[in-house]
Design a protein around this ligand. Structure first.
Ligand SMILES: [Zn+2]
Ligand SMILES: [Zn+2]
Length: 143
């Protein structure tokens, strides 16, 4: 089930890689919230990149020099596994998506092309129905 949630109404408090490693970085805050740390790679450059935990915001912090429109790769900083979503590509620019696991089987995906702001949240849970009815406050406690 894919739930359409307006951008910037919620922030992600818990995200992991597919192996379950915690990706939250409380030491690096973006917009006042702990960011999501990944290792980004682009044409031989490799280093930490901190994603804005606000869903739908593409602000991020990194020392890497990534040109606009470049497609990057994300890896888990702990186990090194690729965060690329298998079999899913961006329907606006065809680049791969990255995938972050959220609690209770939900995932958030985003486009790996810098400057493309395609993203979606998939809630794999019956509660999604309730969330749709009750709005963002219940979703915030859910995440
Ligand atoms: Zn990991
Ligand atoms: Zn895209």
């Amino acid at each position: 089930m894919v739930v359409e949630i307006p951008a910037k109404t919620i922030h992600i408090e818990h995200a992991t890689c597919r192996q379950g490693c915690d990706l939250m970085a409380p030491d690096v805050k973006i917009h006042g919230h702990p960011s999501i740390k990944v290792i980004a790679e682009h044409e031989g450059q490799r280093g930490p990149l901190y994603l804005d935990p606000i869903y739908g915001s593409f602000d991020h912090v990194t020392d890497l020099d990534i040109p606009e429109d470049a497609v990057v790769q994300f890896f888990c900083p702990t186990c090194g596994e690729s965060l690329t979503a298998e079999g899913d590509t961006c329907n606006s620019c065809t680049a791969p998506f990255f995938l972050l696991k959220l609690p209770r089987g939900s995932v958030v995906e985003g486009c790996l092309r810098k400057g493309c702001h395609k993203h979606r949240l998939k809630i794999v849970d019956l509660n999604a129905q309730l969330l749709r009815l009750f709005g963002k406050d219940s979703l915030e406690s859910y995440l």
